[in-house]
Design a protein around this ligand. Structure first.
Ligand code: CTP
Length: 469
């Protein structure tokens, strides 16, 4: 730790703090992450007993020759960027909360007041920067011991900490997932009691924490806690619906909640792509809605990929996830997630392969990763066979692609060319001919070549009574 405090920036803050006579500390996430040897933190939080803004200005002056900092007057904080570091200065404060808001009323306080108002003991650790006490650790809540034992614990009664700021319940789950820590039992119980208070938190903040959980190494850990504490029920009821097993005439289906988490877990070993991980979360989201028990067949989920892809924009909109190409990507993967599996079971026709290449386009590799992760059978032989079949599908897709270049392919005949050739106005017929050409290429009726496609267009035009002009 002392080695980290040798950084020029701390020396500079230390000198300024002493010149202003301000008791000053580095606190929170920075100290925690350095002690945990996580990646070098870029955010530094500085607390002083007095004006954080004044201290920030002095530091800026010393570092950059000008006292310019970003000041957030309402919060009494000031922000300074230095190289790739973002340093936030704040005066030590005491906070008190109202029931219907996470915005506290704030008054000046001691360092201890400031540590009291923080979320978890592991985030309250403060190191003094004043010269005569440089590097002295203030750990009134045994945060170091919790770091060592891997425990998430609130400094105050957890009911107060969570009720004051309900976002902290999501943060507790997020830290437990990211750090592979355990949330103390009394904290878990307080989260269960306060879960409904999440309603005063903006969707953006909730999703920000959820995305951090999804991006962790073992995201299923977080989802299980969210589910058990009923936090998940507050903002993601569709996912909760996946939970459970029904039995009819001795036949049961798998629990889609745990299956989905297993898929996410499998996939997470191979990708850090947040949106691909979202596709795993949502790939079976319509299973509860499409579930039927059919005599002679057992459980079926016909069309769940199609209905699921329709649910994606609705869920994204409500969760305040982006409604742009990321959403379309997730939608596409949900829609296509059964296709490689079907190909790996049946006889594979070239046209089916071409169609998959065309439909998946540049996302084919991601789709294959999702499908491989979707194999969650406990039967090792079965898993081996499926994975082996997927290898065959991959190879065949590669061969077809080399031959036909279907991926990212645009059909060779445009609507404009059709209109010019037959001297017709835009209309339904243009689209029909264009589609017929595309389908013929995908079905292998004609090769993917301009001349062949052109002749085919003339042929199809003729069937509609059109002549080349
Ligand atoms: N904090 C809090 N309650 C919150 C958010 C933050 O008590 N709802 C406190 C914690 O002490 C935290 C510090 O403010 O350490 C800084 O918050 P932030 O930068 O959001 O989190 P970090 O702990 O730095 O972690 P990360 O960067 O991973 O979010």
């Amino acid at each position: 730790m002392i080695q980290h405090l040798q950084h020029k920036i701390f020396k500079c803050i230390s000198e300024c703090a002493d010149e202003l006579g301000l008791e000053t500390y580095v606190i929170g996430g920075y100290v925690r992450d350095v002690l945990l040897k996580r990646k070098e933190p870029k955010d530094i939080d500085i607390v002083c007993v007095g004006s954080g803004i004044e201290l920030a200005k002095k530091v800026a002056h010393k570092l950059h020759g000008k006292p310019k900092v970003q000041v957030f007057k309402n919060f009494g904080t000031a922000m300074l960027n230095h190289k790739d570091l973002e340093i936030e200065f704040v005066g030590a404060r005491k906070e008190s909360y109202q029931k219907d808001s996470r915005k506290p009323s704030v008054e000046n306080g001691s360092l201890e007041d400031d540590q009291n108002r923080r979320d978890f003991t592991i985030n309250t650790l403060a190191l003094c920067l004043n010269k005569h006490r440089f590097g002295e650790l203030l750990d009134p809540f045994n945060g170091i011991s919790d770091l060592e034992k891997g425990i998430i614990r609130t400094p105050l009664d957890p009911d107060i900490t969570y009720s004051d700021d309900p976002l902290r319940m999501m943060r507790a789950v997020r830290f437990a997932t990211q750090l592979n820590f355990t949330i103390e039992q009394s904290s878990i119980e307080a989260i269960e009691r306060n879960a409904k208070r999440l309603e005063i938190i903006s969707q953006e903040r909730i999703i920000d924490e959820l995305n951090k959980i999804i991006l962790a190494q073992t995201p299923s850990k977080g989802f299980k806690i969210l589910f058990n504490t009923k936090l998940l029920h507050q903002f993601f009821p569709e996912f909760v619906e996946l939970y459970g097993v029904e039995v009819i005439k001795g036949k049961k289906h798998k629990d889609n909640f745990y299956h989905t988490l297993e898929v996410l877990e499998n996939l997470s070993k191979n990708t850090d792509n947040l949106w691909l991980r979202w596709a795993a979360l949502l790939h079976d989201i319509a299973k509860p809605e499409t579930k039927r028990f059919e005599e002679g067949h057992g459980w079926t989920f016909h069309g769940h990929e199609f209905i699921g892809s329709k649910m994606v924009p609705i869920i994204f909109k409500r969760l305040k996830l982006p409604l742009n190409e990321k959403m379309k990507y997730v939608q596409k993967l949900v829609l296509l997630h059964l296709r490689p599996i079907v190909l790996s079971k049946d006889f594979i026709s070239d046209s089916a392969l071409r169609r998959l290449l065309f439909d998946a386009g540049e996302d084919l590799e991601d789709l294959m990763l999702l499908c491989e992760a979707d194999i969650t059978s406990k039967n090792e032989k079965k898993v081996k066979r499926f994975l082996n079949n997927f290898q065959i599908v991959r190879q065949k897709l590669k061969d077809i692609e080399e031959l036909d270049h279907i991926r990212n392919w645009q059909p060779p005949i445009s609507g404009a060319l059709i209109m010019n050739t037959f001297d017709i106005q835009p209309g339904k017929i243009v689209g029909e001919i264009k589609n017929q050409i595309r389908e013929a290429i995908l079905d292998g009726i004609i090769p993917n070549e301009y001349d062949k496609a052109y002749n085919y267009m003339l042929e199809k035009g003729k069937e509609q009574g059109l002549e080349k002009q």
